[in-house]
Design a binder for this molecule. Structure first.
Ligand code: IMP
Ligand code: MG
Length: 446
């Protein structure tokens, strides 16, 4: 039995969808613990591409229970569209469970998200416009609508008449937008409620039961470490906690029940939305990474900003999440490059720093210090073991593992399930803390 958290070690879009899909095979339960329809997972199964936003990719395995946990925010309209998408592919969603205490994204959240972004002007965050920030803001402000409110038609109507009225003041007076009709919103959400009702349960209890029955549980993070509300590049972050610690809060489990934390990082770096990005490439190499890596957002279709691998961020992700091992994805995207750079430190005011600065103003001024490695200039997407890799690609991976002091357990070289090298068992391999105790040279483990 093992309870595992999978998180993004960069700014999201690291390829967690594929890695959780791989690991879901041996999981009995998969839990989404934060975020909402801002996330997007692309999974390719038997040549068919499936884009999921809220439903864990574990839904593709008929025996796996999939939980949308308490720490998530749910847009019922889009969740129902996902259920329809699965139904059209004859994939059962019978095993989908929704937490009673998750918060619901309402039409005013979406409107306010988009209007606030416009109002921010040059200070805009570049949100997905899906109402995520305002939904979490209402949660903190204690005016949120939860799944359990949705399940109580009378209570919901009463609550929404007041809340929509309150939000209309903001829409009209602050943003010059037309008001919403509370009765229309109520009718619409009551229809959604009945569609979702069969899936609604007490998720923390479900998870606890599963742990006691020694089931394997996979906690699936959305977005990434640098988008974390507390530990990311604030204010250019999302409004939830994608870091590993967020799994305990968002799923309702104690930290003592977690056995392992796996990080997912791309072999280079991408970011969508605004905010500093030290290794960003504004040149033809950046463009080629974007084209070869098909770096367009799953949710918004926006072109992702691309740059070299940043090991300062990598080390930070190892620390903040307590990573046991890493999965490196999209190595094949680097196949054509004659040389590859890795950011090994930051330079600010003539000094070098190896640790990620928690001061956002400092971060914005950091410049990358690069080490240049030779490229391999041959295809790797067919490689199925480390032995198949060109020596330069192996050196690149070793260099990353040494810099970040974390073993690389998985290497991904394409979107399909079989385009994967399992270096060591990511779930049952040695814990990183133990490797430290034995003072084994971590990089030599790749
Ligand atoms: P929000 O989550 O829509 O509020 O957006 C806040 C920031 O997080 C923006 O920079 C988004 O581009 C970014 N973001 C949110 N979700 C994702 C994701 O799943 N992948 C990558 N970036 C994301
Ligand atoms: Mg994504």
């Amino acid at each position: 039995m093992a309870n595992v958290i999978v998180i993004g070690a960069q700014w999201g879009d690291e390829g967690k969808g594929k890695i959780t899909d791989l690991l879901s095979k041996s999981a009995d339960v998969v839990v989404r613990y934060q975020g909402g329809v801002n996330a997007g997972h692309t999974v390719v199964v038997d040549g068919q591409t499936l884009k999921l936003h809220l439903i864990p990719s574990g839904i593709l395995y008929p025996q796996t229970e999939c939980i949308i946990g308490s720490g998530t925010v749910i847009d019922p309209e889009l969740l129902i569209a996902e259920l329809d998408q699965l139904a059209a592919l004859e994939i059962s969603s019978q095993n989908l469970l929704i937490s009673e205490t998750a918060h619901i994204t309402m039409p005013y959240h979406r409107l306010i998200d988009q209007a606030a972004e416009e109002r921010r002007g040059e200070h805009k965050i570049g949100t997905t416009g899906r109402g995520i920030g305002p939904t979490y803001a209402d949660k903190s402000e204690r005016t949120g609508i939860r799944v359990l409110d949705l399940m109580d038609p009378e209570g919901l109507s009463k609550k929404l008449r007041w809340t929509v009225g309150y939000k209309n003041v903001i829409l009209e007076k602050l943003y010059n937008l037309p008001p919403l009709d509370p009765e229309e919103v109520i009718d619409q959400y009551l229809v959604y409620a009945e569609r979702l009702r069969p899936h609604v349960v007490d998720c923390s209890l479900k998870i606890y039961d599963a742990i006691q029955r020694r089931r394997n549980i996979l906690f699936e993070g959305a977005q990434g470490t640098l988008l974390d509300l507390d530990h990311g590049t604030y204010p250019y972050v999302t409004s939830s906690n994608p870091v590993a610690g967020g799994a305990c809060v968002g799923a309702g489990v104690g930290p003592t029940m977690i056995d392992r934390v796996i990080g997912v990082a791309k072999a280079y770096t991408t970011r969508v939305g605004e905010g500093p990005f030290p290794t960003e490439l504004g040149d033809v190499i950046g463009e080629s990474l974007c084209d070869r890596g098909a770096e367009f957002g799953t949710t918004t279709g926006r072109r992702r900003r691309c740059g070299w691998f940043d090991a300062v961020i990598g080390r930070y992700a190892v620390r903040i999440n307590g990573l046991d091992c890493l999965a490196i994805t999209k190595l094949d995207v680097l196949d054509q490059l004659p040389e590859i750079k890795v950011c090994v430190a930051y330079e600010m005011d003539g000094k070098h720093y190896q640790d990620f600065p928690s001061n956002a103003r400092h971060f914005a001024r950091c410049r990358p210090v690069y080490k240049t490695l030779p490229g391999w200039q041959q295809p790797t997407d067919h490689c199925r073991s480390l032995k198949d890799l060109p020596p330069q690609a192996l050196e690149y991976l070793k260099f990353l593992a040494e810099l970040m002091e974390v073993p690389i357990a998985i290497v991904s070289l394409g979107a399909s399930r079989d385009q994967t090298i399992i270096v060591e068992d990511p779930i049952h391999g040695p814990k990183r803390a133990l490797l430290y105790a034995n003072s084994a040279p971590l990089g030599s483990r790749v």
